[in-house]
Design a binder for this molecule. Structure first.
Ligand SMILES: [Fe+2]
Ligand SMILES: [Fe+2]
Ligand SMILES: [Fe+2]
Ligand SMILES: [Fe+2]
Length: 403
């Protein structure tokens, strides 16, 4: 059965407001939760935060008091949705445990989107980025065992492998080389817009998260690793946001934000095994349908265009959390040595890249390398989860696998 968000009926806006009791959701049980349920929570938190911040930015450029009030009302509801979603996270999870889940999201969400993306230039952007978050997962997993004496397999549960990706120290590029070319809003497949918005929102939340939690640790290596990876997440936001056509009008962008929320809540509702969480996805879906209808009305009034001109006629195939191990191994095998030059990709280090590398590393090994060395010193080996065999790149294999 096809689901057309433009004709489905939602919950009237004035009925969307919830009281404190309704907002007080029971958090997930960390020992009994599917890791991908936690991943869906993390994605939807990032999506709701983007919708709030987007609405604030739009309001700041909006001279019409009636529209400003309308935006303020919907934004208040979005803020309630964000609380409900993010307050599902298990309260006893440590910052590092949540960090590992954030990187698992970046890996399996971006890999899935890369597999589904119809435009080859956009696919390349996701394939490039995913190998970096894949490496972050490995660095944080080593830190996790070192300072908390716990293993990342408890968090990712064998669904996502943990091993070196493109080495983190190579992610520090000149900022000019993080700017990609945008898609063309008049030609782009509607699905590509949704993909770009989703990955951008998820990376933005990761950037915000590391900016805030990084200084909570006492151990110098932990503080340093959050500085280093925090800087890279900002590069990732630059990389992904530059894919979006800057010529989209505010109304068009508003409609896309609401449509994407509908798409993702609908996607996650259909695959959620936890009944309490599923009920939240369903409730929020029904809220977003009405928020979308209101946004479409604004677009007709102020942009003089029909939303059908820019939106997909029906929801694309649901965004799915599932293992992407073979696909990631294929990317490791073929794209690990890529870097960027201008809006394109190259295999060789170039002058601008090397200059920045020299400046940022100052002749020393960065925290992302030292964390692995320290782990090897203390445990005799590094932490990995290689469920599908030795690393596909021979030089990145463990010593016992190199033979
Ligand atoms: Fe929302
Ligand atoms: Fe990352
Ligand atoms: Fe990232
Ligand atoms: Fe919304």
């Amino acid at each position: 059965m096809t689901f057309n968000p433009l004709t489905e009926k939602g919950i009237p806006l004035e009925k969307q407001l919830r009281n404190w009791r309704e907002l007080d959701v029971e958090p997930l049980d960390p020992d009994a939760t599917d890791p991908y349920t936690r991943c869906r929570v993390i994605v939807m938190n990032g999506i709701e935060i983007e919708s709030i911040m987007f609405s604030h930015h739009m309001a700041r450029t909006c001279p019409d008091p009636e529209v400003k009030r309308q935006l303020a009302y919907t934004r208040y509801i979005e803020a309630q949705q964000q609380k409900v979603v993010n307050w599902l996270l298990p309260p006893i999870a440590s910052t590092l445990e949540t960090t590992i889940a954030y990187e698992q999201v970046a890996v399996d969400l971006t890999a899935w989107i890369a597999r589904m993306e119809p435009d080859p230039y956009l696919t390349q952007a996701y394939e490039f980025g995913v190998l970096e978050d894949f490496d972050h997962l490995y660095r944080y997993a080593n830190l996790f065992e070192m300072i908390e004496r716990r293993k990342a397999e408890k968090v990712v549960d064998g669904l996502t492998e943990v091993m070196p990706g493109r080495p983190t120290k190579m992610h520090h590029r000149h900022p000019y080389d993080n700017v990609r070319d945008p898609y063309d809003r008049n030609k782009v497949n509607p699905l590509s817009r949704l993909h770009a918005l989703t990955v951008m929102s998820a990376e933005q939340q990761t950037m915000n998260f590391y900016m805030n939690v990084g200084p909570q640790y006492m151990e110098p290596i932990a503080r340093q690793l959050y500085v280093e990876i925090g800087m890279i997440e900002q590069e990732h936001v630059t990389h992904y946001e530059s894919l979006v056509d800057p010529g989209e009008t505010w109304w068009e962008r508003l409609v896309h934000h609401e449509y994407n929320e509908v798409y993702l809540y609908h996607s996650f509702m259909t695959q959620e095994p936890d009944p309490k969480v599923k009920a939240i996805w369903e409730l929020h879906l029904n809220m977003e349908l009405e928020q979308l209808r209101v946004a479409c009305d604004l677009m007709r009034r102020f942009d003089g265009r029909e939303p059908e001109e820019v939106l997909a006629p029906e929801l694309p195939a649901p965004v799915t959390f599932e293992p992407n191990k073979e696909y990631l191994r294929h990317l490791l095998d073929t794209q690990i040595d890529l870097t960027t030059l201008g809006a394109g990709y190259v295999r060789d280090a170039h002058e601008r890249f090397e200059k920045l590398q020299e400046q940022i590393h100052g002749g020393e090994e960065p925290p992302s390398e030292r964390v692995i060395d320290m782990h090897r010193e203390r445990f005799g080996t590094e932490y990995r989860i290689e469920t599908e065999g030795p690393h596909p790149v021979k030089s990145l294999r463990q010593p016992e696998d190199k033979r």
